[in-house]
Design a protein around this ligand. Structure first.
Ligand code: SAH
Length: 392
């Protein structure tokens, strides 16, 4: 390894975090910054006695100062990234979709690196200052491991601000088109890597969309609230007689309609509306649905907003429960990192209690298998889903 590499010294508490399997060391546990303290990059890490702990990405401006890359002292070059990324891709072999996450950052042992595949194209995010300094090696590793036709960097995400990095979208290699047709189980849809949310689609719900499709009552009425570009609606529409798909984004709904025709589906109505208002109106009208999906954006952006967020989740869930036909199924979820599983289940219990309906819990879910949740790294497990059935 390069002997001139900068060294960061950490407290016993910081070292203990790594020993316990968490890849982050915070600012307060870095006792001596690397030489040239303001410069981000890959550094060697040692404890106060000088014992080597491994190599990490160093972010001088972030609360998260060190992100563990390897406990070893091997050279971290393009070949290192290629090997790691190829291993991630190999773990995803056999996924029944052409768009999925290839690298889930901390969940895959490659902190702050997100890589999504959309058919022959790759959309990546380098989310820490340390990682940004080795961007050429990462891109070379990506090209060699995945052989994509193009790599787009969706660096227009707010978390880069904590790292002092610019927000931008950049074509790093080849060409990535505006819309990419992808397959997900029996459904095809258009992802929008340049302008869509996240990296172009919500890949984290992939498994759940297939699951809900399987629980959709054949010939029944279905409702997909917060549909975005119709991702759940397409799976529902293969079984239900009619689907009402709701979102406040006209642009997303327009893509939803194109997605429906791509699949030859003519039984989805697209409604631009505020979900809170629409659910209230449907309840007032005495409507009933056999299958309902609630996939809202993260209501709790901070820990402080948790009580308000839970009130919002409870409101939409309560109304959705009342809208269920007897025997009907509700798939409901939260992608707020600050809403823990216990909060989510507590909220659902309270909503069920107020709904006047009896509901059974059929299944609890997390994010799709390509977004591995590591048990002692809470940050990797943001998505909570519950599949409920109205008993009568
Ligand atoms: N179910 C989708 C992802 C939904 S993301 C999928 O699997 O791909 C959340 C969506 O909620 C976004 O499309 C956003 O436009 C929409 N949204 C946010 N607030 C809303 C509101 N109050 N009413 C209706 N839609 C809303």
């Amino acid at each position: 390894m390069d002997s001139d590499k900068a060294i960061a010294t950490v407290t016993a508490k910081g070292a203990a975090r790594w020993a316990a399997g968490h890849p982050w060391i915070y600012r307060s546990d870095v006792v001596a910054a690397p030489r040239g303290p303001a410069a981000p990059g890959i550094v060697r890490v040692q404890d106060r006695r000088g014992a080597p702990l491994g190599q990490a990405l160093y972010s001088p401006r972030s609360e998260i100062r060190l992100r563990l890359l390897t406990p070893g002292d091997e050279k971290i070059d393009a070949a290192w990234w290629r090997f790691r990324i190829a291993a991630c891709a190999a773990r995803r072999e056999g996924i029944p979709a052409t768009a999925y996450r290839v690298v889930h950052a901390e969940g895959d042992g490659l902190p702050s690196l997100v890589v999504d595949r959309y058919g022959p194209f790759v959309v990546a995010q380098l989310l820490s200052a340390g990682l940004e300094t080795v961007r050429d090696d990462v891109l070379t590793g990506l090209r060699q491991a995945l052989e994509p036709q193009g790599i787009l960097l969706r660096h227009d995400t707010a978390v880069r601000r904590h790292e002092g990095l610019p927000l931008e979208v950049e074509q790093a290699y080849g060409e990535v088109p505006e819309a990419v047709e992808v397959r997900e189980g029996a459904v095809r849809y258009l992802a929008a890597p340049r302008h869509g949310q996240k990296t172009g689609a919500f890949l984290d719900q992939r498994d759940n969309r297939v699951l809900v499709g399987e629980h959709t009552r054949p010939g029944g009425r279905a409702l997909d609230v917060f549909t975005y570009h119709g991702s759940f609606a397409l799976h529902l529409a293969r079984h239900a007689a009619t689907v009402l798909a709701v979102d406040q984004s006209a642009e997303a709904l327009a893509r939803g309609a194109r997605n429906a025709s791509l699949n030859g589906l003519t039984n989805i109505s697209w409604r631009e509306a505020n979900a809170f208002d629409l659910l209230r109106a449907l309840e007032r009208a005495g409507d009933r649905f056999d299958t309902i999906v609630l996939d809202p954006p993260a209501f709790a952006k901070t820990r402080a907003s948790l009580p308000r967020a839970l009130a919002g989740y409870k409101e939409i869930n309560l109304r959705a429960m009342r809208l269920l036909a007897p025997g009907g199924v509700l798939f409901t979820c939260s992608c707020s990192y600050h809403v823990h599983r216990a909060d989510f289940l507590g909220m659902l219990g309270a909503a069920a209690g107020d709904s006047g309906r009896r509901l059974e819990l059929l299944q609890l879910t997390g994010a799709a298998a390509d977004h591995p949740e590591i048990l002692n790294i809470p940050e990797t497990g943001y998505l909570k889903g519950a599949l409920l059935r109205a008993v009568d």
